[in-house]
Write a protein that binds this ligand. Structure first.
Ligand code: PNW
Length: 453
């Protein structure tokens, strides 16, 4: 059976991207609040998450939509500054109340809540104290995690510590194209990375210690995934090697930079030499924390990387001429779900869950009042079939979580890219299920069998 009977079909979102209510009921500011309000904000059209999908006020309506779609799980993130307005110090009861009510509503409707503790909305006051560069953040994150686990773990079983360190450190602090839109040196990125890894591991231990039920824990990394050019063992080996390469120019975006420490108790080969005097190893005690066992491997995955050196036709950005692209111009490469599931499982030896996958399309409400999105249906059918094939090859697969539940604030790109199965009219907040939502419903009902018709 390629997909087990209890395979988890879900959808995802994240606090800053959907909630709105940015300063309501005692919520403190995060770096995304600060930088989107900045007069030099680099975000598309100076858009902000102030209102977003107004999910904070409409969560009951939204859970009803999840139910209508038949999803089994909803992956959402907690806003640190709703719980702790200053990141540390006193707890905001209204923040706890919101997430507790959301969890109740999900459970009442038979939907498994899955919590991401950190999806990039760092408290501004913690950023002011040095953010991820300050080792005290490990204890602050531990304290925040403990509060959330104590409040929700009687009903929440699935936890993700952090979402995509590749992006919040890599794109946020290395390339500087996401909040805090700042470029740090390699030495600083090295220290930040160690703090992130220790905060992650400490959070895993905190969840295990305080959870009121047996928890299932992972994190949700992304990273450059390569697919073989052909079926030969050499091509497969090459793709595998590139997927885990410590790339000097893009190490912070890589898979191995984050997952080798967590699963293999080591920095990737080449790291020590690259950082030189900036390198300092973890102590054995710290390695124990970083390597705290996880129950499965979460993968946020959208497109395969290309080997630029092999693309004679390619100039610049390395796309093949006329290659199929999504509305964000990400390449459509379905096999990436097959190969990544295989490569990650072989290396890290745990079952695999797709924690994000999907595409941006230029959706609109058609004259008949519906949102027809055949491109998304075709995209998903191709991608999920490949994941299914990995199951047929014996890779243990435990879930597929689509990004995203509804259209939302796509970070620096603002509201243009629409990733949702639910269309949002941002002027009226009217929600409309897209054709793909009904298509997904059938995939869920048949546990994937309808993918093949
Ligand atoms: C993920 N890339 O981010 C995030 O987890 C989501 O919050 C986001 O909305 C979603 O994917 C769609 O972008 C990524 O440049 C951002 O390769 C950028 C990349 C990958 C993932």
């Amino acid at each position: 059976m390629p997909l087990p009977k209890d395979f988890i079909w879900g959808v995802a979102g994240a606090s800053y991207q959907v909630e709105g209510a940015w300063n309501e009921d005692g919520k403190g500011p995060s770096i995304w609040d600060t930088y989107t309000h900045w007069r030099n904000s680099p975000v598309h059209n100076h858009e902000t998450g102030d209102v977003a999908c107004d999910h904070y006020h409409r969560y009951k309506e939204d859970v009803a939509l999840l139910k209508e779609m038949g999803v089994k799980a909803y992956r959402f993130s907690i806003s640190w500054t709703r719980i702790l307005p200053d990141g540390i110090g006193s707890v905001n009861p209204k923040g706890i109340e919101f997430y507790s009510s959301l969890v109740d509503e999900l459970i009442k409707n038979g939907i498994e809540p899955m919590v991401t503790i950190y999806h990039w909305d760092l408290p501004q006051s913690i950023f002011d104290r040095g953010g991820w560069l300050n080792p005290e953040i490990i204890g602050w994150f531990e304290n925040y995690t403990k509060i959330v686990v104590e409040a929700l773990s009687d009903r929440v079983k699935y936890w993700f510590t952090i979402n995509e360190p590749q992006i919040f450190i890599g794109l946020g602090c290395y390339l500087g194209v996401m909040a805090p839109f700042k470029k740090y040196t390699d030495g600083e990125i090295f220290r930040m990375s160690k703090n992130v890894l220790l905060a992650h591991g400490t959070a895993v231990r905190t969840i295990r210690k305080y959870s009121k039920q047996e928890a299932k824990i992972s994190y949700a990394p992304t990273g450059p995934s390569f697919i073989p050019d052909n079926d030969s063992p050499e091509a497969i080996e090459e793709a595998r090697a590139k997927t885990f390469a410590f790339d000097k120019d893009g190490y912070v975006l890589s898979n191995s930079w984050w997952s080798d420490p967590i699963f293999l108790r080591k920095f990737p080969d080449g790291a020590k030499e690259f950082f030189g005097p900036d390198f300092s190893d973890f102590t054995e005690e710290e390695w124990d924390i970083v390597q705290s066992p996880l129950d499965f491997y979460g993968m946020n995955i959208y497109a395969a990387m290309r080997d630029l050196s092999k693309l004679s036709a390619a100039e610049g950005n390395g796309e093949l001429t006329g290659e199929p692209l999504t509305a964000l111009k990400w390449t459509i490469t379905p096999e990436v779900l097959y190969w990544s599931a295989k490569f990650m499982h072989e290396r890290y030896k745990v079952p695999v869950m797709i924690t994000e996958n999907g595409c941006a399309c230029t959706d609109s409400v058609h004259l008949d009042g519906k949102v027809h999105d055949p491109q998304r249906i075709d995209f998903l059918k191709r991608y999920i079939r490949e994941f299914y094939k990995a199951g047929e090859d014996g890779i243990p697969l435990i879930g597929y979580i689509h990004w995203s539940f509804m259209d939302n604030f796509e970070w620096a790109e603002g509201y243009d890219p629409r990733f949702g199965l639910v269309y949002i009219n941002y002027q009226t907040q009217k929600r409309t299920l897209k054709d793909s939502a009904y298509w997904y419903k059938e995939v869920i009902e048949t546990n994937g069998e309808s993918l093949w018709k």
